[in-house]
Design a protein around this ligand. Sequence first.
Ligand code: KIV
Ligand code: ZN
Length: 534
Amino acid sequence: MSTTSTMSTMADRILIFDTTLRDGEQSPGWSMNLDEKLAMARALEKLRVDVIEAGFPAASPGDFEAVQRIAEEIGASGATRIAGLCRTTAGDINRCWDAIKVAKRPRIHTFLATSPLHMEVKLRMQPADVLAAAVRAVEHARSLCDDVEFSCEDATRSDWAFLVEVAQAVIEAGATTVNIPDTVGYTVPHEYGALIAHLRANVRGIERATLSVHCHDDLGLAVANSLAAVGAGARQIECTVNGIGERAGNASLEEIAMALATRREAFGGLTTGIDATHLVPASRLLSRLTGVAVQPNKAIVGANAFAHEAGIHQDGVLKNKLTYEIMTPESVGLTSNKLVLGKHSGRAALRDRMKTLGYELDDASLDRLFKRFKALADKKKSVFDEDLETLVADDAATRGEQPFTLDYLAVSAGTVTIPSATVRLKIDGDVVMAAGFGSGPVDAVYQAIQALVAPHMDGIGIELLSYQVSSVTGSTDAQGGARVVMSLGGEEVPGHGVHTDVVVASALAYLEALSKFVLRRRRASGAARATMAG
Ligand code: KIV
Ligand code: ZN
């Protein structure tokens, strides 16, 4: 079968398979808790991705719960397919199915390595055994679910003839999507395009399956490789918001979507279902949830992506934007970000602004947001859209009762004094106070909080694994965002806080992580507040 004739019979729609919550989230630095994953999944739904890979259910009970909740909530309408990843063992596949089966359109995504290196060193399996395991897994998955994807891990370092054999066998076994990952970001565009064309031309039955690509960015080529593969006949691209993922990351969703939208003619008229006006909000939400900002010069979503600094450029843009802009900021969801609401503005105006930003709020959420908006407007001259998005994300992450809340905080620090802090907390309604010293004001605050909280932790040690601060908006009265990851009883718990004072934001982040941990333990044991020590 020639590539040209195959191309002409293929659908002109590219499926966008988002793996932010699986390949992105699984790498250190981007972990999210359940509420954060749900908030991100809602943003992906608004973006209208075709598939959300919600996680790896067999990896941990937490992963299972997150995938199941996303399948329940986002998968209910059937607009978005919900996928779970699993190895080829029956146990993994069953666990994956249990997590996703509530979705209207579930997908089991199973994978096994096909490169000589992985088969020999990692799997210690012969190629024939890998082939048999792949077929067995797909048959088992298909006995549970109509939609089954098989990935040939490390495909770009695999023997092409073996790939043809595996792809053919899994399609015969019932795979509806065959994915060809560039697991280690090793391939280059012309080579990857040739591999995809080779598979299209040589795999019997390929027209019965969607050929998918999944690229990592170790050589900075993930997007270029994905697009080359599309030119050669791939019809699903796996990617992540902000390009987060293992090592150098995965192909960036926003770059793929806008390359295909802006240069549609260069790809023979192919389209995606992405609503690009949600790209910037989704990117910002992810940064907010993970505490990892995108670099300013990042394509599409970076702070400078639509900024024109050079005089000649500014002059050209003022005469006609097309001189230096190939897409409009509005088309990717970057709206003029000054909120013309002040502290005297009402609920209706806030609801209206949130709607423009893509948030339909119910009355209870609006009430909560309105209170926080008012408190912020009292402290800050201008409230920007980013500030509002931060408040919404914060609300999503902290909704529910917090056992530890900040009541009062004062610090003394500088070049000539030992940093000290006085902290008053409400712990389950009781007011307690302590002072602490530290190497800096934040350390002093954390010492004081630890002293107050320790008696309520059932002997579980409190360890701070990482701490980051960032500015939510640009000016000196910007809100500071703080993000911590704590180790509590062997569990990694993230927390974040936002305030116009970064020391207060840091205290809020610390308390949020501790509160989430204690709440989770209470829920797990079904114990009431009274059962806590202290
Ligand atoms: O990079 C990779 O190979 C993967 C597979 C599990 C799809 O993430
Ligand atoms: Zn991957």
